[in-house]
Ligand binder design. Structure first.
Ligand code: SF4
Length: 256
């Protein structure tokens, strides 16, 4: 969607490469995975189990209320979580921490409060768009909104300005406990490097791959996404992959 902060902001993050260059990295095993051999792959649960055993529960996503999770999901687009924490602290201190107060706040004030998270104009606009949508479609009630069937609500969220697939799915899964998988740049990078997908795989393709293998398992989806983010930050960075230290390294060594 061209009018989303997702699409504006996260395109650099989507530069997940499957070009052979990264496979030549000295940190990688000499045994390289063949691309897109999904049938030959172990179930994704094996990846989950390896990461969970090594890293433990991630308790992701942080947030005390549903609305705080939603604020975080919108503000985290193309920025690090520590910047989101600053923006959330501003909003909390200013008392702009409910749908009604976000809608009431002047746009300039909202921009100033969320400024630490970057792309503050787009993000303030996206917050406004979300709370207006919540009021008009659900009379301001998150409970009513999340009672909507998953597919229907996902489609509606994707029509809200500034909400792209990753943000919509984070809202659905972490705030609403709907069974959708959140795909981010780390997910794409790891899956591409292990040959599950091509580097050009579309968001929906990757999401469907995870959901097909673990259908309807909300808690597993939550934890798995958190573990993937942690693995990406710890070992599977864009330029350097520390496979010798990573819990998933053995799959590469086994050629899968
Ligand atoms: S997930 Fe781990 S083992 Fe796999 S490519 Fe990245 S760093 Fe290497």
């Amino acid at each position: 969607m061209s009018n989303t902060v997702d699409s504006i902001a996260s395109s650099p993050l989507l530069g997940v490469s499957s070009h052979p260059g990264w496979l030549q990295d000295a940190t990688l095993s000499a045994k390289q995975p063949k691309a897109a051999q999904v049938d030959a792959q172990p179930p994704l649960d094996e990846y989950f189990n390896s990461l969970f055993t090594a890293l433990g529960p991630q308790h992701w996503w942080p947030g005390n209320t549903q609305f705080e999770v939603i604020l975080g999901a919108i503000l985290t687009q193309n920025t690090s979580w520590k910047n989101v924490v600053l923006a959330l602290a501003n909003l909390r201190a200013a008392g702009v921490f409910t749908p009604a107060s976000v809608e009431k706040a002047h746009i300039r004030r909202l921009q100033s409060l969320v400024r630490p998270s970057g792309y503050y104009r787009q993000k303030a606009r996206a917050l406004k768009a979300f709370v207006q949508f919540l009021r008009t479609d659900y009379r301001g009630s998150l409970k009513r909104m999340f009672a909507t069937p998953t597919i229907e609500l996902r489609e509606k969220l994707l029509r809200v300005w500034g909400i792209g697939p990753e943000t919509a799915d984070a809202i659905l899964l972490y705030a609403g406990k709907h069974p959708v998988f959140v795909v981010d740049a780390y997910t794409k990078r790891i899956m591409a490097r292990h040959g599950w997908i091509s580097g050009k795989a579309k968001y929906e393709e990757v999401r469907w791959m995870f959901e097909r293998q673990t259908p309807g398992n909300v808690e597993r989806f939550k934890e798995f996404h958190g573990l993937i983010v942690r693995a990406g930050k710890n070992w599977c960075r864009k330029q350097v992959a520390e496979c010798d230290k990573c819990p998933l390294g053995r799959y590469l060594e086994e050629g899968r």
